[in-house]
Write a protein that binds this ligand. Sequence first.
Ligand code: SF4
Length: 368
Amino acid sequence: MLSTMTAKLVDTNNHGTISELGRRVLGGGPISRDEALWLFNLETSGDILDLLSWANRIREQFKGNKIHLCSIVNAKAGSCSENCSFCAQSSHYQTGAPKYGFVDPEPVAAAADEANKNGVTAVGLVAAWKGLNEGPMLDEVCARVREMKAAGKTRPDVSLGIIKSQKVADRLKEAGVECYGHNLESSRRFFPQTCTTHTFDDRLQTIGHLKKAGIKICSGGIIGMGETREDRCDLAFELKAIGANVVPVNILNPIPGTPFAKNEPLPVMEILKTIACFRFILPRQEIMIAGGRTVNLRDAQSMIFMAGASALMVGNYLTTLNQPVDKDLQMLKDLGLDPSWDSHGFSDQEENGCGCGKESCATEAATA
Ligand code: SF4
């Protein structure tokens, strides 16, 4: 006879449905939005651990044991004109975060050296401003990218906000940018609660210019901002539709002084379940766990890989601290995971299309 505890934790119908969806994704098939939402709504630890175990198999199937490591440099800090409700760098809120203009070559070179020493593949220059137009600042950004490229220590990534002109995207590509970070943040429905100084469509348009320029897309969002599970599900499908190559999942670290300062933290199992659902929806993408990892997951950090994560942001975040890189590298070693990722991760995605799920895309990639 089952104990009450066992009966509560194991629902054999759910077990069967999770396995059926897991097998389908392993076999290269997609899951529908309704099926994904059903996964997002799983509640018991038994079901969630079932889901994680399938997400782990899917990660292994499409990503092997490689883990992509990235780090970022705050290339222009604070005084941002935008009002993103989670952000310490917005000029709309008093947060005490640092403020400075666009960085000189030396700190960027030092960050690339440090990253290279730790086996980190890419360093992203992140600027706290609305976006980038043609002009002297674009020239300066391109100069920093060229210097990083010439030094050859890490891949020069950037995250420079909204781009309204194709020429800007083309200039960045020409300078050597391979991958551009531009999060959608949340679902289209929830986005206006995160920001009102620019729109979800401004972000989509930027991604359109970048893709046209041939730049890879690093785009994800933040969970724990007050959005529903449905919003998280829709964000994942939106990221699939735009063909994001790398999908950062940030977990809100509430910053005093911002509108989200008093948000309740998400339970650890809810975070792990969200990562696993993203892996089911985005089987070939690099799913990267980024900001808020240490503070929200604490001792459960190593479980992100079992939940399907295949990439990790290491080193400090823009305005908050992360755990030391040594500790992250030890965690990977203990789990038998290999941080020596190379860019074949991108080509793997492209051999099968960019990940957008459109049949025409995979066919074009196969015949290119
Ligand atoms: S645009 Fe970027 S830097 Fe500016 S407030 Fe929003 S998240 Fe912060």
